[in-house]
Structures are given as C-alpha cells and as structure tokens.
Write a protein that binds this ligand. Structure first.
Ligand SMILES: Nc1nc2c(c(=O)[nH]1)N[C@H]1C(S)=C(S)[C@@H](COP(=O)(O)O)O[C@H]1N2
Ligand SMILES: [Mo]
Length: 432
C-alpha cells in the first residue's frame, strides 16, 4: 500500500460518506501521482533509459522448470499454522490464508486454508475407492479412473470453516492484535471441478424415504457429517480438481465433497463413502462440535449456511499505513445464501456508510472483491465493512452478534470487523 498526496483537496461533492470516503471520480481529479518523478531524481528520461540496464539484464535467467513456484522475494506470503494442541498433535489445527497479502478473489492452491482434524492422509489414487451404499437400489464402488469418465461441472465458490473469525467470537473478551489473515483466513475460494453427486446417486438409485446421507473421509479422524438429500441433489460436487489441477493433499486428494455455501466442515475431504439413510446420524462432528450455543444454554444443531460476511483486507492488521493521503480500501465479501449485492463501508465507526465498488464477476457463494477510495487525514479512524446479499442478509455489530449467542460461542461469527487506524500508521483490531 502506497500513500499519495492529492494535489488538490477533495471537493465537498467528492465525499461519499464521513471519515474521508471518496467517490471514485475524486482520484482522477486530484491528479494523484504514485510513482517517483524522474526529474526529482535528477535524470532526464533519455538518460534514465540509456543508463546500464538492471543487473538481471546482464546474464541468462534461470532455466525452465516443470512446476512453477512463487518468487523467492514472496517467501513471507504463507499460511499461518496454528496448532491448538502443540507439536504432539501437529495434524490437528488450522493453516490460515494470508488475506493481507492477496488482492484477487481466487485463492492460490498453495495458500488455500486448511482445517484438518487428524492430519493429511497420503492416499494412493490407484488404491482409493469411493462407495455409495445404504438405502439404495444398486450399491456402487467407484475408482478414481471411473469417476474421471463421468461428465464434469465446475463451480467457483468459497469454503469457510464454521470456526472462521474465532478471534472475534465469544471465546475472546479482548480484541486480538493479529494480522487479518489470522482473523478471517479460514475462508478461501477456488474453482472446483468434478462430478455432480446427483449424477452418481442417479446411478445407485435411492429409496423414496431416503432423506439423508452420511459422508465419511478416509483420514485418521474418520471425519463424517450428515447431509440433507435435498442439498445433495441440488448442487453438491464430488470434486477432483482445484483451480484446474488435481486437488491438493491438504484439500482432500484425491477427492472431496464441495457443498457451496455450507459450513466448511460438511465439505468432507478424502471422501471414501456415502451412506444413504432416512435420518441424520448425529456424528461427533455435528453434536459435540459444529453446534451453536444459544443464550439460554441450549444448542442449535445443523446450522449449515454460512452467513453474509466481509472484511477489509487493505488496510488491515498485518499492514501499516504510509502517512496521510489517498488510499484504496479493498476487501472481500461473501455469503452462503447467494451473491453479494452490495458492500457498505464506514470510515467513522459506523455513523455513516457508502457503497463500495464491486469487482465483476460477482459469483454466487464465492468471494467478491470490493474497493473504495479514501482520503486519510492522519487522525484516528475506524474502518468497517458490511455485506448485503441478494436475499437481504447483512452483518450485525460484534456486540449484537455476541449477545445473540451463549458464552463461549465460537462458530458462525459474521460480526462486522472494525479496524482502527492510529495516527502513527499502526492498525488495530477493535471490538464495537
Ligand atoms: N475427512 C475430513 N474432512 C474434512 C475435515 C477433516 O479434518 N477431515 N475438516 C473439515 C473442516 S472443519 C473444514 S473447515 C474443511 C476445510 O477444508 P480445507 O482444509 O480444504 O480448507 O474441511 C472439512 N472436511
Ligand atoms: Mo471447519
């Protein structure tokens, strides 16, 4: 993020809301210059071009290689690995997407977040089998080779862990000062390609009163969840490809379920079987875990859809301001209910709001990039964003979200994220 000094102060009609939020046209009018002036460096353009080229123009570059890797100068761009039980259980935990270092809407495969309950199994695709059994007419076993012969579909969607944003949940009474990737990086988006689950269920056939499925993974956690038949027949994919290449081991190689919009936990990785049933199974992952505490002490079961949500990623914790001036605020918005319709930004702690620009295409149930121009006057300022999705869902303040659940509630936190920009350029996570 670079600061710029506008040549002209914004006109009053260029402000979109309080705290310095600007309409997009203000950037053009201000004649903002982001680059270094060559005149200031004492060079004419002719002298600068005639001077010796950079060092890397003087020798042959690195040889061609079979699989590309990021530049060594980007080493700091990596997932944050958090192991709640320490190194004794290093397959249990999360690896969070570094949102503060990414500017697009699709997560590179090496940076897709990971949530695993008992490590990543190394599965030989030649030996892997996927079964559909239970209340079906024709139980079937599929090899990867056979699955690759079915007609495929692709869906661009996010996967979000129900526990995403846990640092802002009722587990914490104080806002944690960690990068935005730690705060909200249990969400990633990819283009998933595979076979519709409905295509495979058509082949096995299902009894008329079969209303539920049990999906189980081939990891040491044997992670399993119940899935309503209605969702299975609607848009669930048995995915084999992630952004065009075969799914990464961390994401479920050689195959996983993708349930667009539903909580991450149900997207069973390393999928080995689906049992067709007439009732849910009440597995450990849908009873002791992934249930929601109500204020009255009871719990909600089967809260599938991930709510409308957003976070600013630039500027955000993990980054630093470069002085007063014009910045582009940018961030990510999403909703498990459908497409993001609007994103509003506030630069005065929620007193006034203005619509951000949404980057096209806006995919239903995927990450949408929003942008808004902002003139920071160098004073303490609190930035917020809130999504309004196509069904009218939006985000509560953190105080309201916190009250609507019981103590210790961790999952499904879609509270508005607030970042305070301090005069020294530091950025803080704050609870409002
Ligand atoms: N078999 C199996 N599937 C699993 C898990 C697991 O530990 N084992 N973790 C679940 C959880 S809690 C989430 S949030 C998503 C995470 O998917 P990702 O690691 O590809 O981001 O996978 C789900 N599927
Ligand atoms: Mo999760």
């Amino acid at each position: 993020m670079r600061n710029t000094t506008p040549k002209a102060a914004p006109l009053s009609d260029e402000f979109a809301a309080g705290g310095g939020l600007l309409h997009r046209r203000a950037f053009l009018r201000s004649g903002t210059v982001l680059a270094t002036s060559m005149a200031a460096a004492g060079l004419t353009m002719r002298e600068a071009v005639a001077a010796d080229g950079p060092e890397w123009m003087t020798k042959q570059g690195a040889p061609l290689r079979p699989y590309g890797m990021p530049s060594p100068f980007e080493k700091h761009v990596e997932r944050a690995v958090l192991l709640p039980f320490g190194p004794v259980a290093d397959g249990t935990g999360v690896a969070l997407t570094p949102l503060q270092h990414l500017r697009g809407t699709i997560t590179p495969n090496g940076l897709h977040f990971e949530r695993s309950h008992n490590g990543v199994p190394q599965i030989d695709p030649a030996k892997h089998r996927f079964m559909i059994h239970g209340m079906v007419k024709n139980p079937l076993e599929f090899s990867i080779e056979s699955l690759l012969r079915y007609p495929m579909v692709s869906t661009v969607c996010f996967i979000e862990c129900a526990g995403n944003s846990f640092f802002n949940s009722n587990l914490f009474s104080k806002a944690m000062q960690v990068p935005v990737g730690h705060l909200h990086g249990l969400v990633s988006a990819a283009e998933w390609t595979g076979v519709r689950l409905s295509t495979l269920l058509e082949e096995t056939g299902a009894d008329v009163d079969a209303k539920w499925l049990l999906a189980e993974g081939a990891d040491a956690a044997g992670m399993s969840r119940s899935i309503p038949m209605e969702k299975a027949l609607d848009d669930v994919i048995v995915a084999l490809y992630q952004n065009g290449e075969r799914i990464r081991p961390e994401q479920g190689y050689p195959m996983r379920l993708v349930l667009p919009g539903y909580e991450g936990n149900m997207n069973v990785k390393w999928l080995r079987r689906i049992k067709v049933l007439n009732q849910p199974t009440y597995t450990k992952d849908e009873t002791s875990k992934y249930t929601d505490r109500r204020p009255n002490g009871k719990s909600n079961l089967f809260t599938y859809t991930m709510d409308a949500k957003s976070t600013i990623t630039h500027p955000a914790t993990g980054l630093k301001m470069q002085g007063p001036g014009v910045y582009e605020i940018s961030g990510l918005a999403w909703s498990g209910h459908g497409a993001v319709k609007r994103v509003e930004i506030s630069a005065d702690g929620g007193n006034s709001w203005a619509d951000a620009h949404l980057e096209e295409p806006v995919h239903s149930r995927s990450l949408t990039r929003f942008r808004m121009l902002w003139n920071w006057d160098g004073k303490p300022t609190t930035l917020q964003s809130r999504t309004i999705d196509e069904k009218g869902n939006t985000q509560p303040t953190r105080a309201k979200w916190s009250r609507s659940y019981g103590p210790g509630q961790l999952n499904h936190c879609n509270a508005i994220q607030s970042f305070t920009i301090n005069p020294d350029g530091s950025i803080a996570n704050v609870f409002i």
